[in-house]
Design a protein. Sequence first.
Length: 364
Amino acid sequence: MKLLKLIAASFLSMGFLSMAVMADEPKDKVKAGFIYVGPTGDHGWTYRHDIGRQDVEKHFGDRVETMFVESVKYGPDAERVMRQMAMQGVDIIFATSFGYMDSMLKVAKDFPNVKFEHATGYKTADNMANYGLKLYQARHVQGIIAGMMTKNNHICYVAAFPIPEVIREINTYYLGAKKMNPDVKISIVWVNTWYDPGKESDAARAMLSQGCDVIAQHTDSPAPLQTAEAMGHVGFGQASDQYAFAPKAQLTATIDNWSPYYIAKVGAVLDGTWETGTYFGDISECDATGCAVGMAPFMNMPDDVKAKAEEIKAAITAGEYFAFTGPIYDNEGNLQIAEGEVADRAHLDSMAYYVEGIVGTVPN
């Protein structure tokens, strides 16, 4: 319940978000719809969102009915699914990927009595909120580990699409690695898909064959980590604990915990207290379901690496350490974050550059 209270408190925190209160009558039962970018069996991003949906059902019992559609493409397909849900009497719709943002904003205007929730975006409306997690916090800890674990001073990253949430995690990963190892370099392959185990594996294999020995990913299957294990290297799970798929290779994993947010927002529709706004879950927000930004146990690493990872994680959790603290330059020499300044949410949500030290340009 502690994390639910923190989520509720965040919707009352001025300056953290803007909001509009929707005056609604309490409901005896709520229908909640979930739109997924991948399959529920991806064992990563969508899997964790669906765990959240299941926890909503467990929490509210027969007071809630949920439905979901998986592997929904961006654009017209997403808009069609949203409209179908709204016309079927769904009270609140969660769209769980960045690329659904504009479609949801469009549909929300046509269904003012339906509540819309968009994950990882930045646009809102009177009946549309957005929500995300500070996953870059855990990714920075991964970077710390990677910088200490690499033997070749070469780490690598399988990336999905060049959107701010992916770019900022590449940057924070590299900043962590460089903090521990100034000589480290990073290779990045963009696969232009969230879920395609074959493409993910091919990208991982290509980089690992070229000297990278620690791999991270911002795609949704365990394939890159499995490829690392097969080739005798190590890496990190993505969105979910993927230890079972690569027990010799996984160093740790980011674990996305959406359950408290979903429970809180469905509960607000039941109570008639739903509000629009923005939520950005922090590594410090924890309850019985875990932390909003969780991390799997630190494994397959020397004690000194584990100790350093725990130290940095504790400092981030305590609010004493923030990876995006200036001075930070991009890789073209432009000052992006001034000395002593900390990147705000607007900066993080619009990040479109590589930090100093990363070779290459962000794809258009």
